[in-house]
Design a protein around this ligand. Structure first.
Ligand code: GRF
Length: 212
């Protein structure tokens, strides 16, 4: 079975990357992680890639001095060098430009720790607590040129507990992220995702969400 090569973009601890690496190593999974690219040096995500025997590349954004297009061109070159077909952002803390998005049209995934369109941007879990919501969660979506605005692929809901602080809620959401992201990557690799008018349909999946 030929498996779809995926590039994962990271900036930090890489627990979502780990979930994707683990899924990709399982027999019968339709995707494999072909390269991991970090914009920050010495992050745990790079160690996770190395431990899994996956090429790990550092492309530090700082020398690009705000030239996002040139940074993205370097990402595209590294992804193409590994014949990547889908790109998965996993805790990647840079906003992508059309240089990358046009190179992989409709094929860039992101995971966000909130039930979008609520609480886009930074500190989504803190935003949720401050808003007093009773249910929080995570979203996997296609990336467009906005911040956390692209078509929603799947969501998982988790309860907010009365005693939750930001760390406790983040950990509960993160556990849901680790279940959700590999499932969506499977849909992507199997070619089952269709987008029409900004809304997603996944062939063979009647439900694109879970609660708890
Ligand atoms: C996750 O909560 C993800 O949703 C957000 O950043 C965090 C990354 O965590 N975009 P990790 O690097 O995957 O551990």
């Amino acid at each position: 079975m030929s498996r779809v090569p995926v590039g994962v973009l990271v900036s930090g601890s890489g627990t979502n990357l780990q979930a994707l690496l683990d899924a990709g190593a399982a027999p019968g999974f339709p995707a494999r992680i072909a390269v991991v690219i970090s914009n920050r040096p010495a992050v745990a995500a790079l160690d996770r890639a190395a431990a899994a025997g996956v090429p790990a590349v550092l492309i530090d954004h700082r020398p690009y001095r705000g030239d996002r297009a040139a940074f993205d061109a370097a990402l595209v070159a590294a992804l193409r060098a590994r014949s990547v077909e889908w790109v998965a952002c996993a805790g990647f803390m840079r906003v992508l430009t059309p240089v990358l998005l046009d190179a992989f049209p409709g094929r860039v995934l992101n995971i966000h720790p909130a039930l979008l369109p609520a609480f886009p941007g930074l500190h989504a879990q803190r935003q949720a607590l401050e808003a007093g919501v009773a249910i929080a969660g995570c979203t996997v979506h296609l990336v467009d040129d906005g911040v956390d605005t692209g078509p929603i692929l799947a969501q998982a809901a988790v309860p907010v507990h009365a005693q939750d602080d930001e760390a406790a809620l983040s950990a509960r959401i993160l556990a849901a992220e680790h279940r959700l992201y590999p499932e969506v990557l499977r849909w992507a690799a199997e070619g089952r995702i269709e987008v029409e008018g900004g809304r997603v349909r996944v062939r063979g999946a009647a439900i694109r969400g879970s609660a708890w």
